[in-house]
Design a protein around this ligand. Structure first.
Ligand code: ZN
Length: 437
């Protein structure tokens, strides 16, 4: 018999989110941060309070993740993974209106680093699970809850490590939900919820030119700096062609319908200009990209160095990795070589099936008239790692947002914050979703 005085998910979610934000888990990408141990132990405590016993792992000192299987009514059914990362990108307090690690509530929002990426979703999941446990409810199938270190630096000490070292926790799991999807944006008076069904892949490349070292006063027709600069300029100036993937095509068609305009899939830019802040995300999913980001060469102004190197951040659409590399090779030419720095896969799944139906139904039950559409993320999430176990991942961290909030700008931005109402809405949607998942 549930205790009528026990808090519900909607009661708890705001405080859980604030507590998570107050534990600084900044990830600088070089291991110099505080690590995730403290926040992971806090989460483990919230779960063990309601009788779940998570297994806690450290991939390196203080790089902590945890996982627990919550047994469902029908353990014979394939499991669902609900995962969230515990780290955040760093924040410079002096740039912020409110302390990024204080978890203050101001203007009906929780402020702080992680408020949208993604301690909000962590808190919503924890709040719902805690309520269900108190009420003795079980999900219809096994749900594996996993909270991870190191997402913001590619997951080497988080999702990748857990998948490589403890894959048994995910036996029988076929689907997953996590961050960067399920939120709303407004077009006219329609609210559109985007579910992430695809992600671009990553190729961080180093370009290296080698030449003949020598005195800067001499004639030198084999100057590594010159060769590298030419190659970098060609890469940076290249206009990558539009490549339409099924996810982006579906998204643009739905948007055309909302806006009442004809979208030309071979020339989608005009439609994009009507999407406001979401155009930033969607624009980058129309094509491969390659952005030169760092240059390194030489040590003295009158010495021609023997080599020069540049770093390029390349992102490819699902199915267009080969084209990306072939184009880069053509642009840099035979005298500059490329080396891999970081590589990760692209993902794409279809927007259909019972799990998608459950997402759509849960959103529409809480926001009648909601339009739910798939989209492609230009970045990446831990879904990439879990896909290596054959798990089909979605971005579904439901939030109904005010029309005037620049939500996509808050990811890694200053003054990151989430409305209290959005958190409470999210717990209601997750509750419905888990009931029918
Ligand atoms: Zn994130």
């Amino acid at each position: 018999m549930p205790d009528p005085a026990a808090p519900t998910a909607e009661d708890e979610v705001v405080d859980i989110c604030r507590d998570l934000i107050r534990i600084d888990s900044s990830n600088y990408g070089d291991g110099s941060g505080p690590g995730e141990r403290e926040v992971a132990e806090h989460v483990a405590g919230l779960l063990s309070e309601v009788g779940l016993e998570p297994e806690v792992f450290e991939s390196a000192d203080r790089r902590t993740s945890l996982v627990v299987r919550w047994e469902g009514e029908d353990p014979a059914r394939p499991g669902l993974l609900v995962h969230g990362h515990l780290d955040v990108v760093p924040a410079e307090a002096r740039d912020w209106t409110h302390d990024p690690f204080a978890g203050e509530v101001v203007d009906d929002c929780v402020w702080g680093r992680g408020a949208v990426d993604m301690k909000d979703m962590d808190a919503m999941v924890l709040a719902v699970v805690r309520q269900w446990r108190r009420e003795g409810r079980r999900p219809p199938r096994d749900v594996v809850l996993c909270f991870l270190a190191d997402e913001e630096a590619g997951g080497k000490f988080g999702a990748h490590w857990v998948v490589d070292n403890h894959p048994g926790h995910f036996d029988g799991v076929t689907e997953a939900i996590s961050e960067v999807g399920g939120f709303s944006f407004s077009v006219g008076d329609e609210r559109v919820y985007v579910v992430e069904t695809a992600q671009k892949g990553i190729r961080w490349l180093r370009l290296v030119a080698e030449g003949r070292a020598g005195h800067g006063s001499m004639v030198n027709d084999d100057n590594a700096v010159t060769a590298l600069a030419e190659a970098v300029a060609r890469v940076g100036r290249h206009e990558w062609p539009v490549r339409m993937t099924p996810t982006v095509a579906r998204f643009l068609e739905e948007m055309g319908d909302v806006l009442g305009i004809e979208v030309d899939l071979s020339d989608p830019e005009p439609a994009l200009s009507k999407l406001g802040t979401l155009a930033r995300i969607v624009g980058a999913t129309l094509r491969n990209t390659a952005a030169p980001t760092m240059l390194r060469a030489g040590y003295k102004q009158n010495v021609i160095p023997q080599s020069a190197e540049a770093f390029v951040d390349c992102r490819f659409l699902p199915g267009f990795e080969d084209e990306l590399l072939a184009t880069i090779d053509e642009l840099i030419g035979p005298d500059v070589r490329r080396e891999e720095v970081i590589t990760d896969i692209a993902l794409e799944t279809t927007f259909d099936g019972p799990l998608v139906d459950a997402m759509v139904a849960a959103l529409r039950a809480e926001d009648p008239g909601a339009r739910v559409v798939p989209y492609c993320l230009s970045g990446g999430t831990d879904n990439k790692s879990f896909s290596l176990l054959g798990i089909r991942g979605f971005g579904f961290a439901p939030l109904r947002l005010p029309a005037d909030l620049d939500f996509t700008g808050m990811f890694h931005g200053i003054d990151e914050r989430v409305p209290l109402d959005s958190l409470r809405f999210g717990t209601r949607v997750l509750d419905r979703f888990l009931t029918t998942c």
